[in-house]
Write a protein that binds this ligand. Sequence first.
Ligand code: URA
Length: 209
Amino acid sequence: MSKVHVMDHPLISHKISYIRKEDLGSKDFREMISEIAMLICYEATRDLKLQDVKIKTPICEMTGKELAGKKLAVVPILRAGLGMVEGMLAMIPAAKVGHIGLYRDPETLEAVEYFCKLPVDCEERDVFVVDPMLATGASSVAAVQMLKEKGVKNIRFLCIIAAPEGVKRMQEEHPDVDLYIGALDEKLNDHGYIVPGLGDAGDRIFGTK
Ligand code: URA
């Protein structure tokens, strides 16, 4: 069974409360999404392997630590996932970025693929799939499935707010994918929105409503 990491850092909780407010404008919403992504990325990279490196400081020689050269990739689920990319890259600038486009069928709420462009060597990379909202889990499950079909083995999923329904579905369908969640909310409503949530993350990031 996958591990579910619900963030308990005060900065993350504070920033998530801030972006929930309905009167927050797109500019502030976008900036805050990016900052929260950075903080969740920090938690989701805690177990990256290190190796020794010889360093000469202005004072003396020493053995320091550096990342052990593991290749990483960030894969946002379009379109709301794009809002998290900048924050992720601020933490892991050498990561490549792939994109997966899925839309939610309004009737069935299931995910339908319309775009997939991944780094050529994606199967050698540890992949961080990002989407601000884990709601029904339909698009996250489908995105992870697409990555597995391309040969990706190490996948983590990062979101800002999750519903219990989406967490359950991800754990059932992808028990090998650990989840990093900024806040775990109460439920989904009849339209597939997270309650209390923050509304439509894509519309709020891009100012389309
Ligand atoms: N997608 C969103 O943007 N918000 C939700 O509440 C659910 C899915």
